[in-house]
Structure formats: structure tokens, C-alpha cells
Design a binder for this molecule. Sequence first.
Ligand code: PHE
Length: 457
Amino acid sequence: MTNENNNNRGLWGSKIGFIAAAAGSAIGLGNIWRFPYLAGENGGAAFVFLYLFCILLIGFPVMLAAISMGRSAQRSIVGSFKTLAPDSNWKYVGILGVITGFAILSFYSIVAGYTMGYIFKTVLGSFNNIQNAQQTKQIFAEFISDPYWVFICSYLFLFLNGVIVYKGIENGIERWSKRMMPILFILLIILVIRSLTLEGALAGLNFYLKPDLSKITGSTIMNALGQALFSLSLGMGTMITYGSYLSKKDNLVTSASYVCILDTLIAFIAGLAIFPALFAMNLAPDQGPSLVFIVIPSIFSKMPGGIFFGTGFFILLSIAALTSTISQLEVVVAYFIEEWKWSRKKATAISVAVASVIAIPSAFSGGIVQFFTKLPVYGGDFLSFMSTVFGSYNLIIGSFFIAVFVGWKWGVHLASEEIIKGNPHFKIRFLWNFLIKYVSPIAVFLILLNLIKSSFF
Ligand code: PHE
């Protein structure tokens, strides 16, 4: 490690190191798997529109708040709350974050396992001679109901994740993030070009970009906010933990802006690749979580060199997923190291083992065990249930508390002092203070209220 601070915690090797790692955390299956399927289920452009609003009014201010908390306290999520508000109940927000971290890591690793499995499927030629999207749909359904594929790939993925987190911050995380993201970006652009030039693509473009505001309901707003926070890795302590490895010289405003812009750009481009192709293939947009796994192989099968590009795509998507799960695992591991005084090795090994167990019902939910494919009361499968409860609701609750904490408890004054350390001008100080004190918490509160109202009354 090039830098060591006084408590011997690692520090990022360079400024770009933090941005790369934080962007690596943000960019993942959330952008390429979750964003398109939620947009498809929630009316297309209207959702996209709301999503952008959520990023600007809630995502960006909360991101800056979280990073400044972490850098000021130099601790993981629970420790940060304890340091900035000693002897208070705020630490329970931190504990909620750790629990959420475990839960997200568990279902996310299953989808990441699908992604890794698709590398082998593509190489082995499963997508050669695809005539229509029904076939790719069939292949996916068979794949996720095959316990060998699902468990081997997902556990392999979790194991790799553990190895990288065990090696520590700079050696593991930074190195992976920096190199791979630009290549993923280029491959996505190639996909967009192919998708847009398919016959019938225009209808998809309309669905994706021409908002029909009558489609907005309470649950559309809730889903858009949940997805914005999920995609930016907010609400469970990732950015607090990553922020704690930043040095006082770093400019938090530019770092947060880069991460928000890159993340939003990638999600937007992923949608641009998926929807035109989806409509060209005459599929309905509400395919749910299987959407990307149906559409992407179908696009590649219509491309010269499809096997080559397809394999590359699933390799890169797996790496993008890995840089995200690393950040989920790091939240949990940093917590055990600090609060339970475990060694990094022990903390990593136990966390991975626990996550592997929690992941089992999500692994079953693609068809291996019928009960988990259609839960009573909820109606959907277990993985979607975890994704909604932990990947959306808990992140919304966590972000709400982070905004209230920084706006009112720790206080915008102290938070701004922290931000000024690496950014003496802090031009958007008043705007940010206003957003984090009033706009973000009130908006989140109203959205939560609306959800409770629509689910119970
Ligand atoms: N932001 C990641 C993605 O878009 C997922 C994630 C959520 C990572 C929460 C960390 C914390 O894929």
C-alpha cells in the first residue's frame, strides 16, 4: 500500500483509485441487469425520467454525505455513526446497513453466477443458430433451474470475491476496477449500434425515451428511487466505507460527481442496447429479471463474431459484478474487523460462508425448488423478493437516515467543513446543504409514505 494513515487502515493509492473503485462498486448488474428490467416493468421512459430526477435530487447529495461521513470518521459504517454521534442510537442505522449488505450480497451473487455461467454457455455454443428470442428464453429457464450450473457458478463467484477482499483494499479492488470498465463501455456501445440497426428498433426507442406520464404511479416512483440508490451503492454503507479510505486532500465533490455521472451513463446506454432489440424481437418489455439474459444473447446471435463479442461481454459483466460485490463484502468485513476485532482473514472467510448460506433460497428460486419460485402472499420468486426488500426498501430507509443524520445530527456545518478540506471553494455548498437538509429527506419521506398508503389502504 502506498499510503498508511495513523490507524493503519489502507488508503487508496491515488485519487483515480477511489473514483475507479467507487465507480466499480456503482457500475454492475444494477446498471445492466436491474435497470433495464425495472424500466421495462415500470412503463419505460416515465421510469427513466423519474430515475434521473432521483439521481440528481437524492442520489448525488446522499453520495456526497456518505463519502464525507466516511472520510471524517475514518471508520466503517457502524464505527462512523459511533464516532460522529457517540452514545446515540444512530449506530443501529449502521447495523441495518450491515444486514442489508449480507442480504444484497447473497442474491446478487446468484445473478452474478448466472452471468458467469453465460460465459461458458456462450463459448460452448449454446447460442449458435438462435432463430428467435423464444429459444434464448428457453435456454435461460433451463439454465436457472439446473442446480449444478447455478450453485457451481455462484459459489465460485463468491469465493473469488472473498479472495480479492481478503487481499485488502488497494491490491485487490483498485486494480480490477481501473482496467475493465473502459472495455465494458466499448462493448456496450457496439451492442447499442447493433440493436439500433435491427428492423423494428424504433418502437423500442420510443418506449425507452418518450415518456407517457400517465404511467407514473406510487410504485413507479418507489422503484425508480430504489433503483437509483441501488445503482449508486447508497444506503448500506458502501460509500461510507470506501470514503473512509480517502485522504484529506481528495476533492469529494468531483469524486462523487464522476461516480454519479459514469454510473448513470452506463445504465442509460444499457437501456439503449436492450429496448430497441427487445421490440425488434417482438418481446414484451416486462420480462422481469430474465430480460437481459434473453435479449443480450439474441443480439449477439445476430452479429458477425457474435460468439467472440458475447463471451467478452459476459466476462466483463462478471467483472463489473465482482467489483460491486467486493464493495458489499467490504462493508461487512470492515465492520467485523473494527467492531469485533477479527482479523481480515477470519472476517472474510466467515462473511463469505454466511452469505453462501443466505444465498441458497435465492439460488432455488429459478426453478430448482418450486416453493421459492412463487412465494405465498408475495407472489413472486424469492430472489425478486430479496431484491425488492433489501435492494430497494432498505436502501431507501438507510439513505433517508444518512440524509437526516448529515443534515441535522452531525450537521451540514461540520460535514461542509470536512468537504472543504480537499475543496477550498466548495462552490455548491449552499445548494448541497439545502438538498441534504430538506429536499432529499422530505422527498424520501413522502415517497415512503405514499408506498405505505398504497400498500395498506
Ligand atoms: N451498485 C451496484 C450495482 O449497480 C450494486 C450495489 C448495491 C453495490 C449496494 C453495493 C451496494 O450493481
